[in-house]
Design a protein around this ligand. Sequence first.
Ligand code: EPS
Length: 394
Amino acid sequence: MLRFCTAGESHGEALIAILSGVPAGLEVDQEFVNHELWRRQQGYGRGGRMRIERDTAHFISGVRHGRTIGSPISVRLENKDWKNWEEALPVGAGDPTKHKRVASPRPGHADLAGAIKYNLPEARYVLERASARESAARVAVGAIAKLLLKSIDAEVLSHVIAIGKAHSDATPDWPQMQALNSRQEVFLNCADSEAEQRMKAEVDQALRTGDSVGGIFEVIGRHVPPGLGTYANWDERLDAQLAAAVMSLQAVKAVEIGRGVAAAASFGSEVHDPIGYAAERNGDDNFTRFTRARNNAGGIEGGVSNGEDIVVRGYLKPISTLRRPLESVDFASREPVKAAYERSDVCVVPAAGVAGEAMVALTLGKAAVEKFGGDSAMEFERNYRAYKKQAQEY
Ligand code: EPS
C-alpha cells in the first residue's frame, strides 16, 4: 500500500517525509524532485521566508543507485531558518526568556483550537506544526508519486483559476498546461495573462491594506487509466479519497471534482457527459474507443476513474495571519487584544496548487498500486500494460 507521513515544525531543524509502498526499481530523478520543491516556493504574494529557504531533498533511505529499492523512502528538507530559531525552539529545556510566545490566537488559524486541545498556554507549538511549511514535505514525496504515475503514462499538473474576486475561464490544453508549469518565473500560475493581471491587482490590494487573499487552484490528472477506485466501498471511492487528500492541505476549505458546484444548479441533461464510440482507436494513447463530448464529471463516475482527465479544484481561504489583525483575546490575561502577527505570506494559491498536485499524485499513485500491484516497477508496468490491452479490447 502506498502511504506517507510527514514530521517537522515550521522553524525546527528540518522536515521529514516517509513514503512506503513504492515498487522497487523506479528511477528517482532527484533534479525533478528538487524542481517540484522549487515550484512550490514560487508565486506572487509570498512572504520573506521564501527568500531564506531553498528546499532541497536529501534522501536518507529507500533509494540506492538512483532507483527505489522497495523499502520506505525517507527524505529530509533542511529549514535554513532554523539557525534563527535554535534558541527559541530548543529540543532541550533551553533558556525560557528566548522563547517566542504567540500571545493571542489568530482567527482562522489552528492557534486557539490547538492550544485548548493540547493544553498549551499559548500557540507557538500549534502554529509550528499547523503551518503550511509542512506541505513542502508532501511535495517531496508527491514528486515520487508523479514519477510512479509517469511510468504508466499519467501526469499531474495545476493552474490557478481564481484569486479573490478575479476569475479566469481559460481551459488550457495539455501543452499549454505543460508550458505554464515549466516557466522559469512563476507569477500566479494562471494560463490567461489578462486574468492574471486582475489576480495581481487582488494580491496588491491585500498587500496595500494589510490583508490576505485566497483563491482556487485546479489540479488535472492526464492519461489516468479508467478503473482506479471503486464504488464497492465508500472509502475506496476515488473522488472521496481525492477530496480528503486535497482538503487536508492547509487553508483549503472546499474541494470540487469536475463541475461539481455548477452541477448542483443545473439540469441533468446539462451536466452528464454524453457517450460516443469512435470508429477507430486514435493511436495507442487511448484506453478505449468510447468517447465523451465533455468532462463535467472531472474524470470520475461512481467513484471510479473513467479515463477522462481527472479535475480537482481546491478552494483556499485567505491566509489567517493579517498585518491588520482581527479582534482576539490575550492568552494570559484573557483581555481583548488584536490577534498576533508574525511574518507571513499574503497569497499562496499557486504554491497550494503545487501541493495539490502532490496530494492528487499520491492519491492516484495509491489507487494505481492497488489496481496494478507489483513489488517491482517491472511487474507494476507489466500489469498496467496487460490491463490497458484488456481495456482497449473491451
Ligand atoms: C506560514 C508562515 C510563513 C510562511 C510559511 C507558512 O512562514 P514564516 O512564519 O517562517 O514566515 O512562509 O510557509 C512556508 C515556510 C513554506 O515553506 O510554505 C504559516 O504560518 O503557515
